[in-house]
Write a protein that binds this ligand. Sequence first.
Ligand SMILES: NC(=O)C1=CN([C@@H]2O[C@H](COP(=O)(O)OP(=O)(O)OC[C@H]3O[C@@H](n4cnc5c(N)ncnc54)[C@H](O)[C@@H]3O)[C@@H](O)[C@H]2O)C=CC1
Ligand SMILES: O=C(CO)COP(=O)(O)O
Length: 334
Amino acid sequence: MRIAVLGAGAWGTALAIAYASDHEVTLWARNAQQVADMARDCENARYLPGVLLPASLSMTADLPAAVADAELLLVVTPIAGLRPTLKALAALGQPLPPLLWACKGFEAGSSLLPHQVVAEELPELPACGALSGPSFAQEVAQGLPSAVTLASEDADFARRTALALNSTRLRLYANDDLVGVEVGGAVKNVMAIATGVADGLGFGMNARAALITRGLAEISRLAVALGGSSQTMMGLAGTGDLILTCTGALSRNRQVGLKLAEGKSLPVILEELGHVAEGVPTAREVLTMAERLEVDMPITAAVCDLLYHGASPQKVVEDLMGRAPKSEAGERLA
Ligand SMILES: NC(=O)C1=CN([C@@H]2O[C@H](COP(=O)(O)OP(=O)(O)OC[C@H]3O[C@@H](n4cnc5c(N)ncnc54)[C@H](O)[C@@H]3O)[C@@H](O)[C@H]2O)C=CC1
Ligand SMILES: O=C(CO)COP(=O)(O)O
């Protein structure tokens, strides 16, 4: 298949490398200098250092050229880049092939999930869906075994495309619960920040397991309120990605939490990271949605207090632990 990967950060580059062995792949970056550097060095030194770009991978900063013959578009910008990229595609004024996105989050300001942004900007697409699940870019780029979910409301498209993209290194599972898959991918990043804070403060393994489990309960409640299935939360895009991101040292969101626990300020942390940490803008949108839908999300609220209201990590933990006792299903005990 001819695939255009749009966005050449860590994840776009890793997916382009992964698919280049079985498909004709073009990697598009908006920055022409970055493309020239990658072509010269055979490496994406800024976003995915140390991994060789295969000779079969085409690279360009020319969007019309990248899209011209493509049979599948894969948008892999951060969520903040999704709408601008879709607008640029719409401006080409030509029929487009099916499109997948791999960004994880709620759009800042609108609180929309990626599929809602896609529906607004490219309503004429023949088919579309999300790629999500536990998949650190560095590991996928090295060809280590990974499994992810390809979700679309068009179940037939999800199955056909998962079949076409499946490989022995990057296994794909089809799913028709697009909302559940997107909510899982978005909110696990907020939980990874919380877990990083708890680990950074030395709260121990019990606290980590409690955060992950109660985090999953929050994610499930929101997913169901938005029309997703709680079953999806037991899969790769739910529990799978939550465990990976909350515990894996490669997670940028977890690193944000660890650095917050060291007492660093958010601007300094983001500057040091040099990559997107989607949980930071998404936490606020998740809380907005939770309040709108009357879904109880105390860990998300705590992360927002930390990130945006100057609360200390110690105070946030005290507040979380001091809440009224509840049943595991969420009813107050008194
Ligand atoms: N890195 C990873 O392991 C994984 C990342 N993701 C998701 O993929 C998305 C992208 O993440 P990364 O590639 O890791 O981020 P990154 O921080 O490594 O790179 C971001 C890239 O997007 C580009 N970009 C930003 N705004 C853009 C725009 N308007 N148009 C075109 N390009 C734009 C930047 O120039 C940069 O190349 C995020 O939503 C992330 O949550 C999903 C799975 C794994
Ligand atoms: O989504 C990811 C792994 O599935 C990457 O997580 P981070 O953005 O926290 O690095």
